[in-house]
Design a protein around this ligand. Structure first.
Ligand code: PLP
Length: 376
């Protein structure tokens, strides 16, 4: 039941639901099946569990209705965000092709880069901010955008980059993990693929790994589908069902978490101990102007830098309502010193804070108290 003309909350609670059937549940439970009854010629929709599953079908419809309402697009779900990212990169690129990646994107992208290069694919990188990827597009087959970037929260002009890439014959993929489909719709900004980790705010409870690709080019999507079948990076039916159930509350969570993130960013941005406060929703953030043009929400992640690694560690230790954990987007706030992984080009005191669904006043008080305690 597609509802492209309604508001985000209405679309989220109904996304992907089948038409009502008497005595059946609203959202059918997970279908656990490695294979399906299949007498005669092996025709679909459901033959073997690595190719298709009815629980995925409903989830794919739901994600498609949020990412590309009313559009003619195809959605494929994967076992994780990286499975989805890799499916696009490795299904679309061949030896001798060139691809443009951000140099400040998700920390596993450099691993993908090394693998692409091992296959004889030329990889060029440029920063997300300032639309710097424009300068290295000539001759590229695929442009990979991550906006806002994780963890630096830079933003680029997706429409401008997509137009420049298309003019050169390149396809465009946007990692939409941080914004969620309620915060930004890459396909409506001109991208060919919206790719995301559903592990983060899309599902929002820190208990599921998931990824997806939404695309509007049939041939390209056939390649992505073939890649999923070859590699077998498929979500379990239980994970797919949990994800679908969680999407019903997506708008509630996004609204609450984003509003609190802005509040936290405003308070921390004025704090003398904090440097390089980044949140695209802040009026004076370098990304604000372009973000406000292309995004409907600015996300639940804020990033900032404390003076030293020791100070950052003491701050994290002093927090009571914020778990010291990686990932982001969950209903329980998390934060980490990002430099501990060694993969991002960030200062030692750099903190990525993911704002959860706690009462805003409690969270702000906890963060301010931890700042004060960690100064001693
Ligand atoms: C987490 C993340 C991924 C990878 O997702 P997984 O579900 O962890 O595999 C990709 N891109 C971004 C921007 C992410 O934050």
């Amino acid at each position: 039941m597609s509802t492209p003309d309604t508001g985000d909350g209405t679309r989220a609670v109904r996304a992907g639901l089948p038409d009502p059937v008497k005595h059946e549940p609203t959202l059918p439970g997970p279908t656990f099946a490695a294979h399906f009854h299949l007498p005669g010629d092996p025709t679909g929709p459901y033959t073997y569990g690595r190719d298709e599953n009815p629980t995925w079908t409903l989830l794919e419809r739901a994600i498609g209705e949020l990412e590309a309402p009313g559009a003619d697009a195809e959605t494929l779900v994967f076992a994780s965000g990286m499975a989805a990212v890799s499916a696009v990169l490795f299904s679309q690129l061949r030896t001798g092709d060139a691809v443009v990646l951000p140099d400040d994107g998700y920390q596993a992208l450099p691993l993908a880069r090394a693998q692409l290069e091992a296959y004889g694919i030329e990889v060029r990188t440029a920063p997300t901010g300032g639309d710097a990827q424009l300068d290295v597009l000539d001759g590229a087959k695929l442009l990979w955008i991550e906006s806002p970037s994780n963890p630096g929260l830079d933003v680029c002009d997706i429409r401008r980059l997509a137009e420049a890439a298309h003019a050169r014959g390149a396809l465009v993929a946007v990692d939409n993990t941080l914004a969620t489909p309620l915060g930004q719709r890459p396909l409506s900004l001109g991208a060919d693929f919206a790719v995301a980790s559903g592990t983060k705010q899309l599902t929002g409870h820190g208990d599921v790994l998931l990824g997806y690709v939404v695309g509007r080019r049939n041939e390209a999507m056939a390649g992505v589908r073939r890649w999923r079948k070859i590699v077998g990076a498929i979500p379990g039916p239980m994970e797919a069902w949990l994800a679908h159930r969680s999407i019903a509350t997506l708008q509630l969570r996004v609204d609450r978490q984003n509003a609190t993130a802005l509040q936290v960013a405003e308070v921390l941005g004025k704090h003398p101990d904090i440097a390089r406060m980044r949140y695209p929703g802040l009026l004076d953030d370098p990304a604000h102007e372009i973000a406000s043009r292309q995004m409907q929400g600015y996300g639940c992640v804020v990033s900032f830098t404390l003076s030293t690694r020791a100070r950052a560690d003491r701050f994290l230790e002093a927090l009571r309502l914020v778990d010291d954990a990686t990932s982001f987007g969950g209903v329980r706030s998390t934060a980490e010193r990002r430099g501990r992984w060694g993969g991002d080009a960030v200062p030692e005191g750099f903190i990525r804070l993911s704002v959860g669904a706690e009462d805003p006043d409690d969270l702000v008080a906890d963060v301010l108290r931890a700042l004060e305690e960690s100064a001693r």
